[in-house]
Design a protein around this ligand. Structure first.
Ligand SMILES: Nc1ncnc2c1ncn2[C@@H]1O[C@H](COP(=O)(O)OP(=O)(O)OP(=O)(O)O)[C@@H](O)[C@H]1O
Ligand SMILES: [Mg+2]
Length: 295
């Protein structure tokens, strides 16, 4: 499955955490980690699982592109650079145990919980918080729960909500321009401390069709992970449609006719992304973070 290059590059790395969709390795400099995007897909709190060739490469590419664009409009993110087709270098943060969901159109658990019809346009974007704990099934919580249990303080909450709105505004424009409806998405944020102990709040984790709902604007065809959750069609086909409309993959797509990843084409994606990243203003990684930054 993985190429020699990937085996070699991962072999000398210390694995810090393995999640359902990604592996976190120690990075080359203090204060950095490497995110490796796996081909594993899970749904319904990992009750449904599969391995889908090409998913990791597409998510890595889509996420690094969106994070780069968000940096460009002044939203601080953990993304530093793309390393290869499955890996990216990011700033290491203390992840805040919240899943911040922004909804524009009703779908998924909102419909189940409140009996709203799927596809209903919400009168304004709805921001929800879930407590990030797989054992508890990531329960819906209110801001008061967050403050009561000290998962984030009022200042951080203000920043988080304001960033979530700005990400939503930007992504609504980005996707509507390529004929997609941004139904909803999930964000994670993390804390990083600077040299003088100043606190930075960064957008972390990934922004990809694994955690965004994206529908074709004309047909309402679902192009995101709901294809896997509800067996609606080939997952990679949907992700490729999104990536190619964003101009991130060649027209022929990433997959060969035999359903395998075209490694040669996939390897070129890194160069395209890094060219884009180079155009951004350089920001140094803090070399002396406090050791309290744990994964
Ligand atoms: N910059 C970062 N520094 C440290 N950890 C990060 C960073 N970005 C994301 N993470 C964390 O790394 C993990 C990524 O793995 P993955 O998305 O596969 O996890 P998961 O199976 O969804 O589990 P979890 O419930 O922990 O999110 C997540 O726990 C995520 O919060
Ligand atoms: Mg995750």
């Amino acid at each position: 499955m993985s190429s020699i290059l990937n085996d070699r590059s991962s072999a000398k790395r210390t694995k810090l955490y393995e999640g359902k969709a990604k592996i976190i390795y120690e990075g080359p400099e203090p204060g950095t980690v490497i995110q490796y995007f796996k081909d594993d897909a899970t749904a319904f709190n990992a009750q449904k699982k599969d391995t889908i060739a090409g998913k990791g490469v597409l998510n890595n590419r889509i996420s690094s592109h969106i994070m780069t664009k968000l940096e460009g409009i002044g939203i601080p993110t953990h993304f530093l650079r793309s390393i290869n087709m499955r890996e990216q270098l990011v700033r290491k943060v203390d992840v805040i145990p919240l899943e911040v969901v922004v909804r524009n159109i009703a779908a998924g658990s909102l419909c189940k919980r409140l009996g709203v019809a799927e596809g209903t346009y919400l009168s304004k974007p709805l921001v929800e918080f879930y407590y990030k704990d797989d054992k508890l099934g990531d329960p819906l919580i209110s801001e008061d729960h967050i403050l009561t249990f000290g998962w984030a303080d009022p200042y951080e909450m203000e920043e988080i909500v304001s960033m979530a709105w700005r990400v939503n505004d930007y992504m609504n424009g980005l996707f509507s321009g390529i004929g997609l409806k941004l139904v909803d998405f999930k964000l994670e944020f993390g804390r990083m401390w600077g040299e003088y102990d100043e606190l930075y709040l960064l957008l972390a984790d990934e922004i990809s069709p694994d955690n965004c709902r994206l529908w074709d604007a004309k047909t309402d065809e679902k192009l995101d992970k709901d294809r896997f959750r509800h067996d609606l069609g080939d997952l990679v086909d949907g992700y490729q449609t999104i990536a190619s409309r964003l101009g991130l993959i060649p027209e022929g797509g990433l997959m060969s006719a035999d359903g395998k990843l075209n490694e040669e084409v996939a390897a070129q994606l890194e160069d395209i992304e890094n060219d884009l990243a180079k155009k951004r203003k350089l920001r140094a990684v803090k070399k002396t973070p406090k050791q309290r930054n744990k994964v």
